[in-house]
Design a protein around this ligand. Structure first.
Ligand code: APR
Length: 243
């Protein structure tokens, strides 16, 4: 069955009202990621780290999925007999789930969860602030947001590479709302294509060009808000798969 692999970043959730990281008004313009998202010092910065993620959970509770989240969830279900939609998202929000999408890999973890680095216990916290209680399983006081920090292992990258390594010319890759600065999607595409993988259709949707994304790799490019690209993306996908 042909696949639609949607590789997404913070720009997918921007129109829901969640801040991106590197846009002018993004999170990294307000916080230093090396203070709040750094595996090497998060325990020393324990209160600041949890304050940062408590604030983001509070924001997440106030927002809703946007038109692109809803469109992607809709086609996953509508085309389920013909197309397998796979989400490889860098986003830690739950907006794709809330929109009804199901086949989702959170490459950088989930804001609604905590993890105990000692025993691996994962606790669902939803949108509330962490109350500094110790790990319910092993009592470790240093419980961590279940988010992949800089300099931390990202176990789900293995799945990302496996999925890209199995793409075929009947498949489509849709890149939405990412600068490509952390997961270098251009080099992943180039790498698999150099190994003879032929991805039938590659679409890019961002607000503007990113120096980390090689435009020449893509068949179609939309530098516009995701919500404004839906109609054209839908037409291209239907044409590609004769839906
Ligand atoms: N529609 C489409 N694209 C948008 C929109 C929108 N409404 N708003 C912003 N964008 C695009 C911007 O053009 C930019 O290319 O979203 C991208 C956001 O880039 P970043 O802020 O760098 O976010 P992202 O690529 O997800 O960051 C990757 O960096 O800090 C880490 O772990 C964090 O997962 C994150 C990773």
């Amino acid at each position: 069955m042909p696949k639609l692999v949607v590789f997404s970043g913070a720009g997918l959730s921007a129109e829901s009202g969640l801040e991106t990281f590197r846009d002018a008004d993004g999170l990294w313009a307000k916080y230093d990621p090396m203070d709040v998202c750094n595996y090497q010092n998060w325990e020393q910065n324990f209160d600041l780290v949890h304050h940062f993620y408590n604030e983001r959970r509070k924001e997440l509770a106030k927002v809703q999925p946007n038109a692109m989240h809803r469109y992607l969830a809709k086609i996953e279900h509508k085309w389920r007999d013909r197309i397998e939609v796979i989400h490889l998202t860098q986003n830690v929000d739950d907006l794709l789930e809330r929109a009804g999408a199901t086949n989702i890999v959170h490459l950088h973890g989930k804001l609604t969860e905590l993890v105990c680095p000692k025993c691996g216990y994962i606790e669902t916290i939803g949108y509330i602030a962490f109350d500094k209680s110790p790990c319910p399983k092993c009592g470790n006081p240093k419980v961590k947001p279940q988010i992949v920090f800089f300099y931390e292992q990202a176990p789900e990258y293995e799945r990302l590479h496996k999925i890209f390594g199995e793409l075929e010319k009947e498949d489509c890759v849709l890149v939405v709302g990412t600068s490509g600065r952390v997961v270098n999607i251009s080099s992943i595409i180039t790498f698999v294509e150099n190994f003879g993988i032929e991805i039938g259709l590659k679409i890019l949707n961002n607000l503007e060009a990113s120096e980390s994304i090689d435009e020449s790799l893509f068949d179609k490019i939309f530098y516009t808000k995701a919500s404004e690209a839906i109609v054209e993306i839908d037409r291209i996908l239907r044409e590609f798969w004769k839906l």
